[in-house]
Unconditional design. Sequence first.
Length: 459
Amino acid sequence: MANIIKRNKALSVLPLKSSQTIGAALAFLGFRRAIPMLHGSQGCTAFGKVFFVRHFREPIPLQTTAMDQISTVMGALENIVDGLKTICEKSKPDILGLCSTGLSETQGSDIVMGLKTFRDKYPQFDQIPIVTVNTPDYVGCFESGFALAVKSIFQQLLPDSKIYTKNNKQINILCGSFLTPTDIETIKEMVEGFQLEAIVLPDLSDSLDGHVTEQDFSPLTIGGTAVSNLQKLGESIATLVIGSSLNDAAEVLKEKTGVENHFFSHLMTLEQVDEFILTLQRLSGKAVPPKFERQRAQLQDAMLDTHFMLGQMRVAIASEADLLFAFSELATSMGGEIVAAVAPSNAAILKKTPTLEIKIGDLEDLENIARRNHAEILIGNSHAVQSADRLGVPILRAGFPQYDLVGGFQRNWVGYRGIRQTLFDLANLMLTCHKGDIEPYHAIYSQKREVHHAVRTAS
């Protein structure tokens, strides 16, 4: 069990944390014809939008209540009402997410009261679902904001009691914020391999996968989970939860629908993917498709090919809890050692991480620990690139945001194929440090023969 070392600095010197508010916004972006609205200043929203655009390389629908210095002091209830009216009137979204920010939380804005005032004043928009979620960015992190938004969607949009007719071919999948659009696509392919249908929440693989559409511009998300599918969640035979951060949201879903949960911390080790495949087999009653057996055999071969480079590698990781836990288990499963681990915020899963200690802090903390413990490779987002340069070690970019690498948001980390590629990438980075190279062997007899020949030539 890892020892969690709490933050002991008054400020972040090299920030690692991404805002809880934009984590919540990302969850809403996984729904079709959706738009998040952040209750805060224009700068709060613009800053988050810049990260989204640079990471996904896509236009991001994001709105703001545009609090200014007057509304910050005198009250911003009218900003909420006017903002909701404008969006509902002009864009007519299928779902609207109202997220608070550090500014509005500090000011004391009540977004629930703002929504109630809007409903009373404009009943003509009652058919548009609006979800409120309190996400001050001075607590939590990107991952926790994402999880809070999913939980709020279940709490506010699902009926408290309803009798459902079961569909034996349908399952629910809750996808954590650490999964990329390609990861989610891979998970859907595994489900379809067992002739099951999945309702994915949220489905970034359909909304932020980087596809060209016929529309020149849309103020709302294009693709994603249809809001109407929320009413079908109770018809599923099971809910598969990928990412420990979504456990609370999954429990709310179970209370509302009665559907049993199956929890997976991640799908980035052979054991976890095996368990996922066997769960799908039990739920479907179908045999494991041969293609998955072949992919598993390919992964095993890759593990043999890379164990010279990855065995005893010394890894430093800076990321949020779910991703940190996943990479830690992957590295240690290959014989590596986690010598430095830093997370921006505490989470229950961190205690189970296979390392001696985890620091809640920033990238300065990571650099100090990694330098002291002689780390050989660093895993982190684009914020950690300069840290890797100062440490003189290679970096594997993972997590959010990735703004200095095109296509980073589309990396596949999960499933047999995703793990296989990750092992190759880690091994190649270790080779840049000459780890795993086999030194040439010089027999002592050949050395003596060369000396004798040199003496004879000289004489």
